[in-house]
Structures are given as structure tokens and as C-alpha cells.
Design a protein around this ligand. Structure first.
Ligand SMILES: NC(=O)c1ccc[n+]([C@@H]2O[C@H](COP(=O)([O-])OP(=O)(O)OC[C@H]3O[C@@H](n4cnc5c(N)ncnc54)[C@H](OP(=O)(O)O)[C@@H]3O)[C@@H](O)[C@H]2O)c1
Length: 257
């Protein structure tokens, strides 16, 4: 069995999982230029899946990613517009996937937002980080569950964060955070990420006996993606994180988070 660690690259991980990728149908959410989702899609493509569905909320960003991808002969790449902040839009995207595939071998759910500065609600009146990071994916996966169960070794990967360890799940008693008055952006992010861990646990509890596997991953700290764009530097300092720049690299350390 392959051993992965801190220094394992996405290419190395995908190569080690070649048998689970080659000829399979795989869906990745959160695919925008420079996102972890686009790097995941790039690494997966090198192992020649039969079909790779890439989902995100912006059609133009999906096209930009497609242009940058090295698509092997025989592999189909299909963009899916998916707005996880709307249950209706999520249902529409799931219907498109359901009509495009007979089986889903893997779903990798990277889409997410972090530390939305002030209390915001989704189109369905639900706090934005919980809506996008957890609830949208919860619905999307459940609407595609029969396709996942149709695979011999179906697997769902949810993207959590070390932030989940700071969650306060009492918010489940009042998803509105007292109508926004008790909203704290990092706690709300942590809460949504803890729910993503629980989503993987729940999927295995409900569907494990039918062969479904699910894993929740913490990808580490990668500052070159779009995730940190609305986060002021003071926040990182307050959280005990240190940033060092050089002309060649950016390193990010998070001793507490
Ligand atoms: N980067 C890190 O250090 C880190 C650490 C721990 C956990 N994570 C987790 O890793 C995942 C990927 O993060 P990332 O660093 O790749 O961030 P990113 O570059 O911002 O990518 C997030 C993706 O989610 C999409 N998205 C945002 N709102 C959406 C919505 N309403 N509906 C559908 N898609 C939406 C974004 O689209 P747009 O481009 O249109 O915004 C983008 O494609 C996240 O779940 C994050 O919580 C990341």
C-alpha cells in the first residue's frame, strides 16, 4: 500500500491511485484557476480517467481551466456549472450530472469559501459558509448517491480543514447565529468544516454496507489559491500564523490553526 506524507505531491498521489482513476468517471467540485480543485483535476487527468466532470459556479473559470489542462486522448472532460449557495442550482447541476453518467466512481468535493467577513445568507436564507461548504455538498452528493453506489468502489472525498478542531457545534441549534448577531467568521468556517467531516462519517454509516467509502481530508495550508483573498493579514497574525516571502517561494506555517 502506498504511503503518503507531507511532501507527497498531487501527481505522486494520483500515480499511486492509478487503478482507481484509469478508465473511471470522476467528479471534482471547486475547479477554478489556481484552486486545489483544478490541481486535483490536472493530476487526475494524467492517469487517464474515462470521464472527468469539473464543477464550479463560474462557466468562464471552468473554460479557463479546461484550456490549461492536458487532456489525454480518449478522456472526456465535462464542465458543470454548480452554485452550491443555491439548493435549486445544486439540484439543477445534479440533474445534469445524473443525465450525463451511468456511474460515478469518485467525487472530490473541494469547493468552499473561508471566513466570509460579515454575516451573509445564501439564496435559501442559510448562513453562507455552512450553505456552500456543507449543505450544498450534502445535497449534491445525496442527489448523486445512486451513481456512486453503481460503482464497484465508489468513494467521496470531502475537504475539511484543521480549523474543524475549533468548531462549536452548538450552532446546529440556531443556524442563523442569532440572526447574525453572534456570527464570528472563523468559528462559522470551523463549524462548516466540522460538518464536512461528519458528512463523510454519515456517508459511511448510511451507505458503507453498500460499498461506499468516504474520507475527509485536511489539505494543509496553501496560500496560492483563491481561498485567502478576503482574509486580512492581521487575521493570520492573530491566529498565530507566519508568512515568509522570497522571490522563489511562499511558505506558510500554522502552529495553532
Ligand atoms: N488552501 C488551503 O490552505 C486550505 C486549507 C484547509 C482547507 N482548505 C479547503 O480546501 C478547499 C479548496 O480550497 P482552495 O484553497 O482551493 O480555495 P479556492 O481557490 O478559493 O477554491 C475554492 C473553489 O470553490 C468555488 N466556490 C466558491 N463558492 C462556491 C459556490 N457557491 N458554489 C460552487 N463553487 C464555489 C470557488 O469558485 P470561485 O473561484 O468562483 O470563487 C473555487 O472554485 C476548500 O474547501 C477549503 O476549505 C483549503
Amino acid at each position: 500500500m502506498a504511503e503518503f506524507g507531507f511532501h507527497t505531491t498531487s501527481d505522486e498521489a494520483a500515480a499511486a491511485l492509478k487503478d482507481a482513476i484509469t478508465g473511471k468517471t470522476i467528479l471534482v467540485t471547486g475547479v477554478s484557476p489556481n484552486s486545489l480543485g483544478s490541481d486535483t483535476a490536472r493530476a487526475i487527468l494524467a492517469q487517464k480517467p474515462a470521464k472527468l466532470l469539473i464543477a464550479s459556479r463560474a462557466a468562464d473559470k471552468l473554460q479557463e481551466v479546461i484550456k490549461s489542462l492536458d487532456i489525454p486522448q480518449g478522456t472526456v472532460v465535462q464542465p458543470i456549472v454548480l452554485d452550491l449557495s443555491s439548493l435549486e442550482a445544486t439540484r439543477k447541476a445534479a440533474a445534469e450530472v445524473n443525465s450525463s453518467v451511468t456511474v460515478l466512481d469518485a467525487m472530490i468535493c473541494t469547493a468552499g469559501v473561508m471566513a466570509v467577513p460579515s454575516f451573509e445568507k445564501s439564496k435559501d436564507d442559510i448562513e453562507m459558509q455552512f450553505a456552500v461548504n456543507h449543505l450544498g455538498h450534502f445535497l449534491f452528493i445525496n442527489l448523486l448517491i445512486e451513481k456512486l453506489l453503481a460503482s464497484e468502489h465508489g468513494v467521496v472525498v470531502t475537504y475539511s480543514s484543521e480549523a474543524q478542531s475549533r468548531a462549536n457545534l452548538s450552532f446546529l441549534d440556531d443556524l442563523s447565529y442569532n440572526n447574525g448577531k453572534d456570527y464570528e467568521k472563523w468559528t462559522a468556517y470551523s463549524n462548516s468544516k466540522a460538518c464536512d467531516v461528519l458528512l463523510s462519517v454519515g456517508l459511511v454509516q448510511h451507505f458503507g454496507q453498500r460499498g461506499l467509502r468516504s474520507f475527509s481530508v485536511d489539505p494543509g495550508v496553501i496560500v496560492t489559491t483563491g481561498l485567502t483573498r478576503s482574509v486580512p493579514m492581521e487575521d493570520f497574525k492573530a491566529l498565530g500564523m507566519f508568512l515568509t516571502h522570497s522571490s522563489l517561494s511562499v511558505s506558510f506555517y500554522s502552529p495553532q490553526f
